[in-house]
Design a protein around this ligand. Structure first.
Ligand SMILES: [Fe+2]
Ligand SMILES: [Fe+2]
Length: 242
């Protein structure tokens, strides 16, 4: 929780407008990610409060609030960038809608799992965006978001460890396999949607998926080590350059 309280963002450098070709390339994906970052988190908070009552994790709701606020800051800062570039903000998106519906329908553990899967995919996306853009402002934003996301993955790993504590070998293995499948699916869907941008940024599918699994490893490091059943991604992953 101390991390969230102390994570103040710097001022971002003012920058000249994007070149027309760059604007055209990144606008569709940036609009979608800006929308996806901006969930109000009401259901997550309600489930988090229930979990805190059941488990005695008294500090959890407060840390969750700060986490949600940090995600909303991502959306707000990206939104301001879009406004400055006169790129209209997106108000609806099919994939984002499915993510939100699944999160709402399922229990707390599933909601966190879906959220983590989206965060795993955010890592290659913002890394690709950082590498692709010439805008110092957008590069700085991507670096800050990636730093935040790395901490979010650790935080959610700790949450999932508490939520799945006491699970036996087979149940833990099945859970982990399902989570890996979810990350793979999310990465494939997002890559398919933003294939043109990813390819122009020099990110083939295998690098994109590999990087998402690299992010998932950060979560899995926090989980009990008994579950070994499940596929793993063995493609040599690309270094994150920020
Ligand atoms: Fe985020
Ligand atoms: Fe996040």
């Amino acid at each position: 929780m101390r991390y969230f309280e102390q994570n103040h963002w710097p001022e971002f450098p003012a920058a000249p407008k994007l070149e027309a070709h760059e604007r055209e390339l990144i606008a569709p994906s940036l609009r979608q990610f800006q929308l996806g970052e901006g969930a109000n988190g009401h259901t997550l908070l309600r489930l988090g409060r229930e979990f805190a009552e059941e488990s005695g994790e008294a500090h959890y709701p407060r840390s969750l609030e700060l986490f949600i606020r940090e995600e909303q800051r991502h959306s707000e800062m990206l939104g301001r960038f879009l406004d400055a570039e006169a790129i209209p903000r997106q108000t609806k998106d099919g994939v984002d809608g499915v993510f939100r519906l699944v999160r709402r329908l399922w229990r707390h553990e599933c909601m966190v799992t879906v959220l983590v899967s989206a965060e795993c995919v955010a890592v290659p996306y913002y890394t690709a965006l950082h590498d692709a853009t010439g805008s110092p402002h957008l590069k700085a934003l991507c670096r800050q978001i990636l730093r935040d996301e790395a901490m979010h993955l650790t935080y959610q790993g700790q949450t999932l460890a508490k939520l799945t504590a006491g699970r036996g070998f087979w149940a833990a293995s099945a859970t982990r396999t399902l989570h890996r499948l979810m990350v793979l699916t999310a990465a494939l869907v997002v890559y398919t949607q933003h294939r043109r941008f990813c390819l122009a940024a020099g990110w083939p599918l295998q690098d994109f998926v590999g990087s998402a699994f690299q992010a998932l490893a950060r979560v899995e490091r926090k989980l009990p080590g008994s579950a070994i059943v499940g596929f793993s991604w063995s493609w040599p992953t690309r270094r994150i350059s920020v």
